[in-house]
Design a protein around this ligand. Structure first.
Ligand code: AMP
Length: 434
């Protein structure tokens, strides 16, 4: 990264060169887009939208540091739709690359929703499903193409898509692409995209390798951040339960009943554990689905649809669902197993309290989890309150029917908590350094 570029970017942090914009009407968007925004029920732009949309409309390259849940999709979709709205039809003029099929589908749906009053065609291509329907759509012509890198390269290799007309490129969740090993594919795709273009680059985190990639693909970018990088949404109540591994199922069932959970996303560490837990819950009479990368694309889509529509209450998933998944009304995220990284914790719990709603994030903590818990607490800069421990081993205690469970001595955290019952409450904005 050249010095000048870096200094432009860091000088832009926080102020990013644009005025604060309080309403969508002030954003100079086409009336048809404003109508679509109103149809969606949005009252005011989210911070990333208020900052990124004016810059993108000016044609600037944008480096957006934002997690899902911040409204970042509209932050790039609205200016793209605005730019393409009056132009002639042809091959793809906007290309959006995403790491996962689920995110690709959601981004494509957003373009569909925001662009519903415009005569633009969008299409989405990802792997794991037949190529033919995607080829047919491409042959009919699309202005906006959303794609995962592998399938796009396949289609390019077979001559079904040409990127020489791309004017705007979006890299969405670039850090996730890095984690999933897609950066070489992204670089190959970039070689087919004109160098003269607008690039909008979004990433939840900015490790050095992402900064390097950003410096390669962006031209004189402006950095915009949706608040502090590692801050969970303020509407999320977070707690931990200290539990032996052998008691996790019982605790989960207890909580599901106790909290009258309507729609819960439960994370396990492995695909196998997700399947086994889903089976167990099914036997207990819950309406449940499982989501992980061993499932076929159609099974994943079915599970997500059923979860969105409420025909299943509990979705047991691996970290494949921790980013990008956008289902409204998830009341609880339960970390049945804590994630491998502190950042994944933030992504997971961000599935609840979407777009300023509230939600609960409950994490199961087992004795071997001390290190990761410490990392999580360091990252979010707060202590997670520990719930009183429930003893499910006592004879005659039928936790499934909510009979009083006894509180036992938990490790040091509980003792500290008893001495200092006024533990900090996590939803207080003052607890989180701005
Ligand atoms: P995203 O970060 O793009 O995944 O968006 C998260 C959620 O916020 C989605 O459900 C959007 O529909 C919703 N959303 C986006 N922009 C707004 C807005 N300005 N006001 C309220 N909700 C929004």
């Amino acid at each position: 990264m050249s010095m000048s570029k870096e200094s432009v970017m860091s000088a832009s942090i926080g102020s990013n060169g644009s005025k604060a914009v309080g309403t969508f009407e002030n954003l100079s968007l086409d009336p048809s887009l404003l109508r679509a925004v109103w149809d969606s029920g949005y009252q005011t732009p989210t911070p990333i939208q208020a900052r990124a949309i004016p810059l993108a409309l000016e044609g600037r390259d944008v480096l957006g540091c934002a997690q899902t849940g911040t409204g970042k999709t509209a932050a790039f979709a609205l200016p793209i739709l605005n730019r393409l709205r009056t132009s002639p039809r042809g091959g793809p003029r906007a290309l959006i690359l995403t790491p996962t099929r689920e995110l690709a589908a959601q981004v494509a749906e957003s373009f569909h929703v925001y662009g519903r009053h415009l005569p633009l065609r969008s299409s989405v291509v990802y792997g794991g499903v037949g190529m033919e329907p995607q080829i047919r759509q491409l042959q009919r012509g699309v202005e906006i193409l959303v794609a995962t890198p592998g399938r796009l390269l396949d289609l390019m290799g077979r001559g079904h898509v040409k990127l020489s007309g791309v004017e705007v490129l979006v890299l969405d969740e670039a850090d996730r692409m890095l984690d999933m090993g897609f950066i070489p594919d992204v670089r190959r795709i970039l070689r087919s995209v004109p160098a003269r273009r607008q690039t909008l680059f979004f990433s939840a985190t900015m490790p050095p390798s992402i900064r390097t990639l950003a410096a390669e693909v962006l031209n004189d970018p402006v950095l915009v951040e949706a608040g502090p990088r590692a801050k969970p949404a303020e509407g999320i109540r977070q707690v931990i339960h200290c539990v032996e591994r052998s008691q996790k199922r019982v605790l989960l069932t207890h909580l599901l009943r106790e909290h009258r959970i309507e729609r819960a996303l439960v994370f396990t560490r492995t695909k196998h554990a997700a399947d086994r837990l889903a089976q167990h819950l099914l036997r207990e009479g819950w309406r449940v689905g499982a989501l992980h990368s061993n499932k076929s694309q159609s099974a994943r889509t079915r599970a997500l649809d059923a979860f969105s529509q409420g025909s299943i209450q509990i979705l047991v998933a691996t970290d494949i669902a921790s980013r990008g998944l956008d289902v409204a009304g998830i009341s609880h995220v339960i970390n049945y197993d804590l994630p491998g990284t502190a950042e994944d914790y933030i992504h997971r719990i961000g599935r609840t309290a979407r777009a300023s709603a509230t939600g609960d994030a409950i994490s199961f903590f087992e004795p071997g989890d001390r290190e990761i818990l410490r990392e999580i607490e360091n990252l979010i800069e707060m202590r997670l309150p520990l719930e009183p421990e429930l003893d499910f081993s006592a004879k005659g205690t039928d936790v499934r029917h909510g009979t009083r469970a006894t509180i036992t001595d938990a490790p040091d955290r509980n003792r500290r908590r008893r001495r200092r019952p006024q533990h900090r409450h996590l939803t207080s904005a003052r607890e989180v350094p701005a």
